[in-house]
Design a protein around this ligand. Structure first.
Ligand code: ADP
Ligand code: MG
Length: 240
């Protein structure tokens, strides 16, 4: 996989994400309780913690899918709190790639169109979008499935299509929320290998996982959450 042009505008060690004192309440419930966190260009950070501790809420804050109750989120120098809804949507489409546990593909579109749509939404002409989508499917080893609808793809194939879609706009940050959670162990390993490859060519990655072994393989830093707070941060020695 080559991605030379994609990372050129980010200096190594540049702060990509900065959360300062982020608190998020849903009614009475406190999902995030004063989270401060920095992620630098080129890092692969794993977030772990029990169900309900705020991991998905954290990713939603960074993607601008939802707003903190208090505190600030800055991504690539852009204070998300200063953006209106349209600004947030544009920011997200252009700068963030997201991968979810249950793929979130559009059932009515074949694989290639699911991927191409991400670029068409940012104004890329359809032909150009389809060409890049095919290149990505090829790099991810599923070009032969380009005309297949999500329903006939295996879980691992669906997730690779979802990763291709997330990469379409060359995002500065790839967010993955339990991307192997719905996969059998072999397909999960393949998706993890893919994320490792992407990080090795410079893709900044924030990954939520329940699997400590996969976190150790994939990430260079572990952030452990508990009750909406960062309970522990540690460097990881990548295994293999
Ligand atoms: P995790 O991803 O770690 O399992 P979440 O971030 O999904 O945790 O949820 C953290 C807490 O916030 C949970 O108590 C959850 O019920 C609550 N929560 C998350 N999203 C919402 C929402 N949209 N409305 C109400 N409560 C929510
Ligand atoms: Mg979650």
């Amino acid at each position: 996989m080559t991605r030379t042009e994609d990372t050129g505008d980010l200096a190594a060690d540049q702060v990509v994400v900065r959360l300062a004192g982020v608190r998020k309440e849903f009614g009475e419930a406190v999902a995030l309780d004063g989270v401060s966190l920095e992620i630098r260009a080129g890092e692969a950070v794993a977030v772990m913690g029990p169900s309900g501790c705020g991991k998905s809420t954290l990713l939603n804050m960074i993607a601008g899918l939802d707003r903190p109750t208090t505190g600030s989120v800055t991504v690539l120098g852009e204070d998300l709190g200063a953006l209106d809804e349209t600004g947030l949507a544009l920011f997200r489409r252009r700068r963030i790639g997201m991968v979810f546990q249950f793929f979130n593909l559009i059932d009515d579109l074949p694989a290639l169109d699911n991927v191409a749509l991400a670029a068409q939404l940012t104004g890329t002409p359809a032909r150009q979008a389809r060409r890049r989508a095919l290149e990505l499917l090829d790099e991810l080893g599923i070009a032969d499935r380009r005309n297949a609808y999500p329903a006939v793809l295996s879980g691992g194939e669906r997730q690779r299509v979802a990763v291709a879609r997330a990469l379409m706009n060359r995002p500065a940050l790839l967010l993955a929320d339990e991307p192997t959670g719905a996969l059998d162990s072999q397909a999960g390993e393949q998706v993890m290998d893919l994320l490792i490859d992407l990080n090795q060519i410079g893709q900044t990655l924030l990954l939520v996982t329940h699997d400590r072994r996969l976190a150790a393989r994939c990430a260079s830093r572990l952030v452990e959450f508990s009750d909406g707070r960062v309970a522990r941060e540690s460097a990881l020695e990548r295994t293999q």
